[in-house]
Design a protein around this ligand. Structure first.
Ligand code: NG1
Ligand code: ZN
Length: 542
C-alpha cells in the first residue's frame, strides 16, 4: 500500500468532523454533500473486496427513491448480490475512520478478511442521473486507484444493470455479455420469443404508460426501444427533461401515497406503471371508469408471476419446489391468496432485499417481492439445467413448449436483483400470454386496506424486533399495547420496526376498512411515541 498516496488522496476527500454513517439495507444514503469521503473510501473497500474474493466487484452511486439532493453508494458482490453482511461492518468502520486512522483500519480489514494486497482488483462503476452522481463516481475512481485497482466505468446505468454486468463478468459470460448491448439483446430476445406464442390482444392492450420517476429508467428504456419491433408500444413519461428526480412521481411515491404520479395523464382502464429513481422497483396501477385509483403492488406482481410459473411447472412435471418470499409488509390478503387459493408455500423474512434473496435461493423456483415493488425470481442451477435439457430433448410437445417458455422466462428475469425493466417485460409477457387485462389481474384478490406511517424517536435502536419483524421485544410493554389495539378491529394486523434507511420508526397497520386501518396505525404510532421516546409533537390522526 502506498501510504503517501493514501494520505494525499484522503486529504482531498476529507471527512466532515463528527459525522457517523452506517452501511444499512441500502448501503450508505444521506445528503450528497456529506458523501465525498464515503464514496472515496468505498472505492478503497471495493478494491479490498475484489482482492479478497478474486473477482470483479461493483459499486453503484445512487440514492434510489430519495430526493434529488440525497445520494448514496452500495457495493455489489461477485454474482450480483448485495455486499456480504460481514463486509457491511468493514464498510461502516472505513467510512467513519478519522483520516489519520485510515491506513490502520485498512490494515485491520486486510488481516480480518485475509486480503492479499498483491492480488489484482477490478471494480465496475455505475451511477444514476442525480446532479451529484458524476462527481461522486470520480471520487470512487480516486479510491480505486490509490490501492492500485483497475476499473471500468459504465457511467449512467440502472442499479440492476450494474448488478447484471458484475454477474456476467464473474461467470465468464455464462450469464450474458457484460455490456449494455448484451443486456438489451438478452432481454429483448427472450421477451420476443415469449410473446410470439401469445394470440391475444387488440392494439389498446399493447399500450403501456411508464412513469420513470425522472430518473435513469427513462434513458435506459429509450436506449432499449430499438431492440423491440414497433408493435411493442411503451410510452415514457417523467423522463427527467422537465421535473426533478422522484418529485411527486416514481414507484415509492405511488405506493406510499396510493395515488397516481404527476406528469402522467391516465385514461380509464389504461395500464400504467412507475419505476423508482434507479429502476430497481416497479408498481402497476390504473384508474377505473368511476375514476377510482387501483394500485397493483409487489405482492400482486409476485402473485401474477407465481400463477404463471406454477402452471408451467405443472406442465413440465419435474417436481420442482416453488415458494414465494415476502416481508411483514405484504398485504394479508396476498399471503392468504398465495397459500389458500394458489397453494404455494409462503415465507416471511426481515425487510431488505438481501434477506428475501437469500431465502429464495433455497428453492428450485423462488419468487420474492417486497410490497413496494422490489423483487425477482431465482431458479436453482439444477432446475435451470433440467429446463434447458427438456427444451432440447423432450418429445412431448406440450411439455417441451412449457419448458421453452420457462427457459425464456429464465433469460428475461434478472436473477441478480429486482429490476424494473426486466420485471415490466415479464409482466407484459404474462399478461399478453394469458390474455389478461389490468383489471382482471387486479381482481385476483382485494388488498386489505392498510396504512404506513412513520414516527421520529430519540433513538430508533430502542426498538428491537423478532419473528421477521412482526413482534417487538423492546421497549417493554409496547408489544402488549399493540396486541390490545389490534384486537379492537377486524382482519387487523400491525407491527413496528426501525427503518434501515431513514431515522424513523415505521408503523404498518391493516384492517377491514380504510378508516380502521388508519385509526389502528394512528393508535400504534401514539404507543410508539409514548413508549419509545418520541420526538416533537405526538402524531396526529390521519
Ligand atoms: P426501510 O427504510 O428499512 O423500511 C426501505 C423499504 C425496504 C427496502 C429498503 C431499501 C419499506 C417499508 N421499506 O427500508 O423495503 O426497499 O428501503 O431501499 O418499503
Ligand atoms: Zn431503487
Amino acid at each position: 500500500m502506498d501510504s503517501e498516496a493514501l494520505k494525499k488522496y484522503s486529504a482531498l476527500h476529507p471527512k466532515p468532523a463528527g459525522l457517523t454513517l452506517h452501511y444499512g439495507t441500502a448501503g450508505f444514503r444521506t445528503k450528497a454533500e456529506q458523501l465525498d469521503h464515503v464514496v472515496f473510501r468505498m472505492g478503497l473497500l471495493a478494491v479490498l473486496r475484489s482482492k479478497a474474493v478474486t473477482a470483479t466487484i461493483g459499486i453503484m452511486v445512487t440514492a434510489s427513491h430519495n430526493p434529488e439532493e440525497d445520494n448514496g453508494v452500495k457495493l455489489v458482490d461477485p454474482l450480483g448480490e448485495m455486499l456480504h453482511p460481514s463486509w457491511e461492518e468493514y464498510a461502516t468502520q472505513l467510512a467513519n475512520a478519522e483520516e489519520q486512522e485510515l491506513q490502520k483500519v485498512i490494515t485491520e480489514i486486510c488481516q480480518k478478511a485475509a486480503v492479499n494486497l498483491h492480488k489484482d482488483a477490478l471494480v465496475f462503476i455505475g451511477r444514476d442521473t442525480r446532479p451529484s452522481s458524476k462527481k461522486l463516481s470520480q471520487s470512487v475512481i480516486d479510491g480505486i486507484q490509490v490501492l492500485g485497482g483497475q476499473y471500468h466505468d459504465y457511467g449512467l446505468v440502472t442499479t440492476p444493470q450494474l448488478h447484471y454486468m458484475v454477474c456476467c463478468q464473474n461467470t465468464q459470460g455464462q450469464y450474458g455479455k457484460a455490456t449494455l448491448e448484451g443486456y438489451y439483446e438478452k432481454l429483448s430476445k427472450a421477451f420476443m420469443e415469449l410473446i410470439k406464442q401469445s394470440h391475444s390482444s387488440g392494439e389498446s392492450q399493447r399500450h403501456l404508460k411508464i412513469d420513470c420517476a425522472n430518473g435513469i429508467g427513462a434513458l435506459k428504456l429509450s436506449e432499449m426501444k430499438p431492440y423491440f419491433p414497433q408493435e411493442v408500444l411503451i410510452h415514457i413519461h417523467n423522463d427527467g427533461t422537465k421535473e426533478k428526480l422522484n418529485h411527486l412521481c416514481g414507484a415509492d411515491f405511488v405506493k406510499v401515497h396510493q395515488k397516481p404520479p404527476g406528469g402522467l395523464d391516465m385514461k380509464p382502464n389504461e395500464r400504467c406503471c412507475s419505476f423508482d429513481g434507479d429502476a430497481d422497483r416497479i408498481v402497476y396501477y390504473y384508474k377505473d371508469t368511476a375514476g377510482h385509483f387501483h394500485l397493483i403492488d409487489g405482492d400482486k406482481i409476485a402473485t401474477l408471476i407465481s400463477i404463471f410459473l406454477k402452471e408451467l411447472l405443472a406442465k413440465v412435471k419435474q417436481n420442482f419446489n416453488m415458494a414465494v418470499v415476502q416481508t411483514a409488509y405484504a398485504n394479508g390478503n396476498s399471503t392468504r391468496y398465495l397459500q389458500e387459493t394458489l397453494k404455494v408455500p409462503v415465507h416471511c423474512v426481515k425487510t431488505g432485499v438481501k434477506h428475501l434473496h437469500h431465502k429464495a435461493q433455497e428453492f428450485d423456483v423462488g419468487v420474492y417481492f417486497e410490497a413496494n415493488g422490489h423483487g425477482t425470481v431465482l431458479f436453482s442451477k439444477a432446475a435451470e439445467t433440467k429446463i434447458r435439457q427438456l427444451v432440447k430433448e423432450e418429445k412431448d410437445d406440450e411439455k417441451r413448449e412449457a419448458a421453452k417458455m420457462l427457459a425464456n422466462m429464465i433469460d428475461l428475469i434478472n436473477q441478480t436483483v429486482g429490476d424494473a425493466v426486466s420485471d415490466m417485460l415479464v409482466i407484459e409477457a404474462i399478461l399478453a400470454l394469458k390474455g389478461l387485462t389490468v383489471q382482471q389481474w387486479d381482481s385476483l384478490y382485494t388488498d386489505l386496506p392498510n396504512r404506513l406511517l412513520k414516527v421520529q424517536v430519540a433513538d430508533r435502536r430502542v426498538i428491537d424486533t423478532t419473528d421477521a419483524e412482526r413482534r417487538v421485544l423492546t421497549p417493554p410493554g409496547l408489544q402488549e399495547k399493540i396486541d390490545v389495539l389490534v384486537k379492537k378491529y377486524k382482519l387487523s394486523r400491525a407491527f413496528v420496526r426501525p427503518s434501515g434507511t431513514e431515522d424513523v420508526v415505521r408503523i404498518y397497520a391493516e384492517a377491514d376498512t380504510q378508516e380502521n386501518a388508519d385509526a389502528l396505525a394512528h393508535e400504534v404510532s401514539l404507543a410508539v411515541f409514548h413508549l419509545a421516546g418520541g420526538k416533537g409533537a405526538p402524531p396526529q390522526p390521519i
